[in-house]
Design a protein around this ligand. Structure first.
Ligand SMILES: [Mn+2]
Length: 372
């Protein structure tokens, strides 16, 4: 399923290699070195990076956060930024509204994750940096605390969103493959060294947001950035094993339960699944274990739009939307009060489950029969 590289560049991970490539000039060739220099950032991203860096003199306490149910991109971007800032004499801490999923725990340095005391750390922060989301609403219980804090709130993100965060510098580019790509751009624009730890975290972000380099956001540039990260010491097979092939038994059994609910409407190219009530608890699973299940209905021949429904604790219903071809789920999600990307989006709609499902299905059937 996932292409694996059998060998790495011959200087990967060595100190000499890291020194030689740090801040490398595009196009320059190094005698005796693999010739894949840093991928240079576009001017607008470089300018945005400098505006964020202006808020980051040494000594500041920087609180890093991401959306509820952090994914590989949110976590990888936070961890990479933690290393980058710590190396520059700042005091970064990660504080998320929900815990970091187990499968990404190997990325997190000891003491870096303060999510269990997030509220207290928000009070102590000089700067807040929100990664992989631009909306207060997706910060869960931390949203009001961030909104009321009164310190600069920097944002690095690649989502299409209304951007409801408090004022602060922004590095937002919906055309970026992943937030991790933007963190890479920020580091290269500022000449900050991409160490092996930074590279590994950023690679996980790009890998997960492209579904293992398969989705439509797998751009040539994303692959160039991934190649540059490999040259800084990333072990692709080791990372594949950690994030894709270390599933708890419950995740596989949960997948089985969810797929039992599959409904397909062939005429419209529509397919959906529903997380059965109590399934997460039954399999000792977390919302992270649902990641990727919607790819199964999407993988059916002729399906253009796949949905997954899940009842949330607060009574609302989360719907995940994935599309094939020209179906734009960013537009659909917006009609439902959510947002996201052209081929992957989500919304939280009013429950209960049956009502939400009926409303969402009416909206998407209408869209699929009359696309504009
Ligand atoms: Mn992302």
């Amino acid at each position: 399923m996932i292409a694996r590289e059998g060998s790495q560049g011959k200087c990967a991970g060595t100190r000499a290699c890291l020194t030689r490539h740090a801040g490398g000039v595009p196009g320059r060739r190094y005698l005796g070195a693999v010739s894949n220099p840093a991928v240079s950032p576009p001017p607008d991203r470089a300018a945005a990076a400098r505006a964020i860096a202006a808020e980051l003199p040494a000594g500041r306490r920087v609180l890093l956060t991401t959306h509820v149910n952090a994914d590989g991109d949110g976590t990888g971007s936070e961890v990479a930024m933690w290393h980058l800032l710590a190396a520059r004499g700042l005091h970064p801490l990660i504080a998320n509204p929900t815990g970091i999923p187990d499968r990404f725990a190997f990325l997190v340095p000891p003491g870096a994750d303060a999510s269990t005391r997030a509220a207290r750390e928000i009070e102590r922060a000089d700067v807040i940096m929100v990664l992989d989301i631009g909306d207060l609403g997706r910060l869960g219980s931390l949203g009001p605390l961030v909104a009321g804090r009164g310190v600069p709130v920097a944002c690095i993100d690649h989502h299409v969103s209304p951007g409801t965060l408090p004022p602060g510098p922004r590095l937002v580019a919906p055309d970026a493959t992943a937030t991790a790509e933007l963190v890479y751009d920020m580091a290269t624009a500022l000449g900050w060294e991409i160490t092996a730890d930074v590279a590994r975290a950023l690679y996980v972000g790009i890998l997960m947001d492209t579904g293992g380099f398969r989705f439509s956001n797998t751009t040539a540039r994303a692959l160039r950035v991934a190649a540059a990260l490999l040259e800084r010491g990333v072990d692709p097979e080791g990372i594949y094993e950690r994030v894709y092939a270390s599933a708890p038994e419950g995740r596989v059994r949960l997948t089985g339960d969810v797929l039992q609910t599959l409904v397909v409407e062939r005429e419209l190219g529509l397919a959906w699944v529903t997380v059965p009530p109590g399934a997460l608890e039954r399999h000792d699973a977390t919302p992270d274990d649902l990641d990727g299940i919607v790819e199964f209905p999407r993988s059916i021949a002729g399906v253009r739009l796949a949905l997954m429904f899940r009842q949330l604790a607060g009574g609302r219903v989360k719907v995940s939307l994935r599309s094939v071809g020209d179906v734009n789920v960013a537009v659909l999600a917006e009609r439902l009060g959510g947002g996201g990307h052209v081929k992957a989006a989500g919304a939280s709609v009013e429950g209960p489950l049956a009502t939400a499902q009926a409303r969402v299905l009416a909206t998407v059937r209408d869209y699929l029969s009359r696309p504009d």
